[in-house]
Design a protein around this ligand. Structure first.
Ligand SMILES: Cc1cc2nc3c(=O)[nH]c(=O)nc-3n(C[C@H](O)[C@H](O)[C@H](O)COP(=O)(O)OP(=O)(O)OC[C@H]3O[C@@H](n4cnc5c(N)ncnc54)[C@H](O)[C@@H]3O)c2cc1C
Length: 293
């Protein structure tokens, strides 16, 4: 199906985007790669009189280090993230995840900010960004605010972003040398049926784990009970407690039955994938400086 007629706007500065959003309100949407939005417009699931192309807005570009944060500009595509030397050096697990998002055509055009703003549940980045303690920076004509990735996605296609706000950047704490993260996913369709994100960190000298699931429900799920069940357990002893704890936690997840699989099947995947992700996260951390790990 063809796109319905619309007016096209191409601001080159943030101020121009805010001006257009203020002027056209609900009748306007911004877009970057267009990989989600244009499909929805063609299918007539969404309809906007005004489309605001933000690709020329310079303030939204680039990847940089600021203090202890890796800062990813809103226009950065999954492909740029996967191939960035800065991301590979400072958040290697996130670079690896980006390499596995969608297919090369979508990765080359689709942005991380577009992925997060759309909040399609069958998505890779959100659970990993939550595990890593990332924040999303939102800006409007009235100012900026930071929202934790742990709270940003409320439910399917719904986020904490107000309609007059733009995602300007995503901030990830740089991965310390004694920490490690890993993502494991499975799906038979293009998008993941279940994604499991795991972090291994040393917290006050003790091993601790950061565990999140994606795609399995309508928003990323924090496996806090599973974290509590294995906190303090060094990687070498995980095999004694993890399989049982992972299965127990997975059975309690409110999973969505859909084309990607039944709720039962997804719970099974979750139990398997989180164990693999935890093992990989531990293996990627350098624990030589911690005698008891
Ligand atoms: C065939 C296919 C397969 C896919 N497979 C996967 C997969 O395996 N894993 C996965 O994680 N994802 C997958 N995706 C989703 C993909 O990651 C997203 O389509 C892409 O990242 C969206 O970015 P975009 O720049 O194209 O967004 P757009 O389509 O331009 O915009 C999407 C939405 O975000 C809003 N938006 C865009 N930028 C901003 C901003 N800076 N601030 C506020 N709102 C903004 C738009 O208004 C729109 O509502 C797939 C998509 C397709 C089409």
């Amino acid at each position: 199906m063809y796109l319905a007629p619309f007016a096209h706007h191409r601001p080159t500065e943030l101020a121009g985007v805010f001006e257009a959003l203020a002027k056209y309100g609900d009748d306007a949407a911004v877009y970057a790669g267009g990989t989600e939005l244009l499909l929805a417009l063609k299918a007539r699931v969404l309809r906007y009189e005004h489309l605001i192309d933000i690709k020329r807005v310079k303030e939204l570009s680039g990847i940089r280090i600021e203090g202890q944060d890796l800062v990813i500009g809103a226009l950065t595509t999954h492909h740029q993230i996967a191939n960035s030397t800065l991301v590979k050096a400072n958040a290697p697990a996130y670079a690896a995840l980006s390499e596995g998002v969608a297919n090369i055509r979508v990765r080359a055009a689709g942005t991380l900010a577009g992925n997060l703003a759309f909040a399609e549940p069958h998505s890779d980045p959100p659970s990993m960004l939550a595990a890593m303690g990332a924040t999303v920076t939102l800006a409007s004509a009235g100012g900026t605010r930071a929202v934790s990735m742990r709270e940003f996605i409320v439910s399917e296609f719904t986020t904490m972003r107000e309609e007059n706000e733009l995602i300007t950047e995503i901030r990830l704490p740089v991965t310390g040398t004694d920490a490690g993260y890993a993502y494991r996913k499975f799906g038979h369709l293009e998008r993941p049926a279940v994604g499991a994100s795991a972090g291994f960190v040393m917290n006050e000298g003790k091993p601790a784990y950061r565990l999140w699931f994606g795609a399995i429900g309508d928003h990323p799920i924090h496996a806090s009970d599973l974290e509590d069940a294995i906190v303090g357990t060094p990687p070498s002893s995980l095999r004694d407690v993890l399989p049982q704890a992972a299965e127990k936690f997975a059975a309690k997840i409110t999973a969505t039955s859909d084309l990607h699989g039944s709720a039962d099947y997804k719970q099974h995947l979750a139990a398997v994938l989180i164990q693999r992700a935890i093992q990989a996260a531990c293996a990627s951390a350098d624990t030589k400086g911690h005698a008891d790990v």
